[in-house]
Design a protein around this ligand. Structure first.
Ligand SMILES: O=C([C@H](O)CO)[C@H](O)[C@H](O)COP(=O)(O)O
Length: 220
């Protein structure tokens, strides 16, 4: 499957589900429940750490028609780690936007070798985030993920507004991750995001299938 995200002509925001569970049966079950309503299946960082890179192969084997996103959040050895994910069947892999430029370049080199794409996760970049987004975009990533992690989201007063403003300012293809729900996904679309990432809004819902369906509906 060719990966044309970020540099393609994407008019509608794609929906990416973050499978933030920590065992493979739960991940396969969740993927099965939501696949029909999402564009991208993300193996969350805790899942890959818990199960190993083989989880990528298992999800891809179960859903060969979906883009599979390995959220490795690589901080070093970019080429090696990205190659591991692509070899296992990932279509997209994350490298930390805060990492050394050569780490990002290494991951991008692996992407070129496998015909797959790299996403720079901007989690932890809070100072001059727009400037760093523009720098990493020039290193060859498909798009940047403007991201507030679960710990940041847990702080009082958190909203996704700053993420959206940075996306609007950056002028490069971007996704948004940071607790997106049905009442915020339209704003993500309107800010110009290529991809909206939703984890908790789906896996914590009483009915993940309905939750994914509703997110897709509100994003349209
Ligand atoms: O990447 C993520 C986080 O760092 C935990 O691994 C999440 O998948 C991402 O934040 C999306 O999940 P929600 O914020 O719960 O929507």
């Amino acid at each position: 499957m060719s990966v044309v995200i970020g540099r393609g002509e994407v008019c509608v925001v794609k929906l990416q589900v973050a499978l933030d569970v920590v065992d493979l049966p739960a991940a396969l079950r969740l993927a099965h429940q939501v696949a029909e309503h999402v564009d991208i299946l993300e193996l969350g960082t805790p899942l890959v750490k818990s199960v190993g890179i083989g989880a990528v192969s298992a999800i891809k084997a179960a859903h060969p028609d979906k883009l599979v996103f390995a959220d490795l959040k690589t901080a070093d050895a970019g080429e090696l780690e990205a190659a591991m994910a692509f070899e296992a069947g990932a279509d997209l892999v994350t490298v930390m936007g805060a990492a050394d430029d050569d780490t990002v370049r290494g991951a991008v080199a692996a992407g070129r070798k496998y015909g797959k794409e790299v996403v720079a996760d901007m989690i932890t970049v809070v100072e001059d985030r727009v400037a760093r987004i523009r720098e990493v975009a020039k290193l060859g990533v498909a798009f940047v993920e403007i991201h507030a992690g679960l710990d940041e989201q847990a702080r009082p007063g958190y909203t996704i507004d700053t993420l959206l403003e940075d996306g609007r300012q950056a002028g490069v293809p971007f996704s948004i991750a940071g607790g997106i729900k049905t009442d915020t996904i339209a704003a993500v679309r309107d800010a110009g995001a290529t991809v909206a990432v939703a984890g908790g809004a789906i896996y914590n819902a009483p009915n993940p299938t309905t939750a994914a369906q509703q997110l897709k509906k509100h994003a349209a």
